[in-house]
Design a protein around this ligand. Structure first.
Ligand code: 13P
Ligand code: SF4
Length: 331
């Protein structure tokens, strides 16, 4: 390799891309398993990643279960096959461990909707308010937070505050609205949304429900209110998965990222799962492009090179840890 190529590779690496060709014939799945053992690494995967990545993960779960697993792991290296805020959360809980994720660019529209300077200004407008942040936010936002929640435990976390407490909830306005309606609170909401869950077409879902009267429509609370109104059951990814297993119903229209269908089909091979349609049927909008940046190739290179690594300052880790620990204690 000449000098120039080395420079190019270093620049690409800073951008989170490992420019390394893999010799033909290498079985990436076998190599990942070997490296994982050799390095005492654990692979944590979210339900929204590709099926083959879920199958190679040591633990697949929703945001809460993954944070809990990150808190209890004894591995030296955590490979987070998900998105950046999840890997950051694992790092905050485990400052001494190396946390890597296959693609640093795997972000989240919700986390990006709340730039820290804007959020600080917003918070300053509501003196005396406590901040509850959905885990889908940056580590910086967590430093401005009293307690973190996920969609699995949001009601419990909100209800841990007195009925008359003044609360700010962010960054997801749809989840915030839904929790306000369930708890009778009037939390001040940050105006953020998930680019996947706000794409569902209520008209198309209603038409699909007419077409399949034997199907139940189930939805993630990140969806907009009209979609939630149509849903028979609303829950986090783990709660949706549990619901389809326990329900007598044989057919479901599923309004959340399509990756979860892999676990649903695995758990209930005899049942039918129909992904809820998006406004634009040509865009594949019910796939999270961030989650789908993860691939077997990137996972292999990430484990092999132990890069890209998620790093955070000591100050951010210290401040962001408290609201996460509070959540884990309550959950
Ligand atoms: P849960 O896995 O907590 O349901 O959250 C969904 C999500 O959007 C993750 O990014
Ligand atoms: Fe973020 Fe939405 Fe993707 Fe989840 S599905 S990671 S909330 S953009």
């Amino acid at each position: 390799m000449n000098h120039n190529q080395k420079n190019i590779d270093a620049i690409l690496l800073k951008e989170g891309f490992i420019n390394e060709s893999i010799p033909k014939g290498v079985n990436l799945v076998d190599e990942i398993k070997r490296l994982k053992k050799e390095k005492n690494a654990v692979i944590l995967g979210h339900y929204y990643i590709e099926a083959e990545l879920q199958d190679i993960s040591d633990f697949v779960g929703d945001s809460l279960a993954l944070a809990q697993e990150a808190a209890r792991t004894t591995a030296d290296i955590i490979v987070f096959v998900g998105v950046h805020f999840m890997a950051e959360t694992a790092k905050i809980i485990n400052p001494a461990k190396k946390v890597i994720l296959p693609d640093l660019k795997a972000g989240c529209s919700l986390a990006e909707s709340a730039p820290i300077d804007d959020f600080r200004k917003f918070k300053a407008k509501y003196p005396g308010h406590k901040v509850i942040s959905y885990i889908n936010c940056t580590a910086d936002m967590k430093t401005e937070t009293d307690i973190v929640c996920t969609s699995s435990n949001a009601v419990k976390i909100v209800e841990s505050f007195p009925k008359d407490a003044k609360l700010i909830f962010g960054p997801d306005k749809n989840l915030g609205n839904y929790i306000n309606s369930l708890t009778g609170r009037n939390m001040v909401l940050w105006n953020g949304a998930c680019m996947v869950h706000e794409q569902y077409s209520v008209e198309k879902i209603a038409a699909l429900m007419d077409e399949h009267p034997d199907a139940e429509m189930i939805a993630h609370p990140e969806c907009e209110k009209p979609v939630l109104i149509l849903a028979k059951f609303i829950g986090s990814t783990a709660q949706l998965l549990k619901y389809v297993q326990q329900s007598e119903t044989k057919k479901f229209i599923v309004a959340t990222e399509s990756g979860i269908l892999h676990q649903m089909k695995k758990a209930c091979p005899e049942k039918v799962f129909i992904p809820a349609p998006s406004v634009d049927s040509t865009c594949g909008c019910n796939d999270c492009t961030h989650m789908k940046l993860n691939s077997i190739r990137k996972l292999y290179l990430c484990l092999k090179n132990e890069l890209p690594e998620v790093t955070l300052s000591d100050e951010v880790i210290e401040k962001a840890r408290k609201p996460i620990e509070r959540m884990l204690e309550i959950s």
